[in-house]
Ligand binder design. Sequence first.
Ligand code: NAP
Length: 282
Amino acid sequence: MTAKILDGKAMAAAIKASLKDKITKQGIKPGLAVILVGEDPASKIYVGGKEKDALEVGYLSEMFRLPGDAAQEDVLKLVKELNLRKDINGILVQLPLPKHLNEELITNSIEPVKDVDGFTYNSAGRLFTGSKGLVACTPKGCIEMIRATGVDMKGKNAVVIGRSNIVGKPMAILLLAEHATVTICHSRTKDLPSITRQADILVAAIGKTRFVKAGMVKEGAIVVDVGMNRDENGKLCGDVDFDEVKEKASFITPVPGGVGLMTRAMLMSNTYEAYLMQQEAK
Ligand code: NAP
């Protein structure tokens, strides 16, 4: 079997176009504020992509670039100001923050209704309990990609490799909400291939170049690759050995052109949702 490619670029473009259409028809302009502290090169690229997407969709987009030695009080003061601004519906603090800053405290200072990254304890708790809230962009994007296959997740065996707070754990909860039977694997999991071979849906969020081989995948599985790694030649690649696994899976996400672009699209979607939630609360 050769897998169908789940094209993140096309899906993300369609989501952004639909959002643009909605806000144009509704005559609204949701606002997204992104805070970048310091000069981390990868963070600068991510933040640039978010700004580009927001402008493309037609949002108000404000970037706040603070120096790498910014004081904690200054970052907290900025978040507080943005929490109060009516024209800003979503606030994102780009992680990682410089070491001297308390990431946990700063992230949790964002008002939950403006937490478009879904990283606050409030948002995580809402996801855990099934209450309405903003969901972390990467796992939300993965679920959208699985939905796009048209395969009903109900009762399927889903295996998530990775248990980080930003990808693995929320991913598992979203799959559970879709009524999949979920197994979470990690670095201490015994005989990982025997577990992954049971997966109708396999999500890899490990951070290891081409770690998932064809022998670890069930024939016909849906394979979602969250990994963003550089191989020995500096080429961007995922956690899945795409060339091998695409011959066995029914659907597969590529890297690049997969989950990364959907993550960005979900940020746009969360900003719109945040806008609506704030209108409802008025
Ligand atoms: P992370 O916090 O480093 O977590 C990695 C997880 O993989 C951990 O739970 C770890 O287990 C597990 N793991 C490591 N080695 C393993 C092994 N040999 N067998 C089984 N499990 C193993 O990483 P993350 O933040 O979740 O990110 C994962 C990957 O996704 C990275 O490549 C990252 O760049 C990428 N990512 C992409 C996007 C996107 O938009 N596309 C967004 C976020 C992250 P332990 O818990 O036991 O250590």
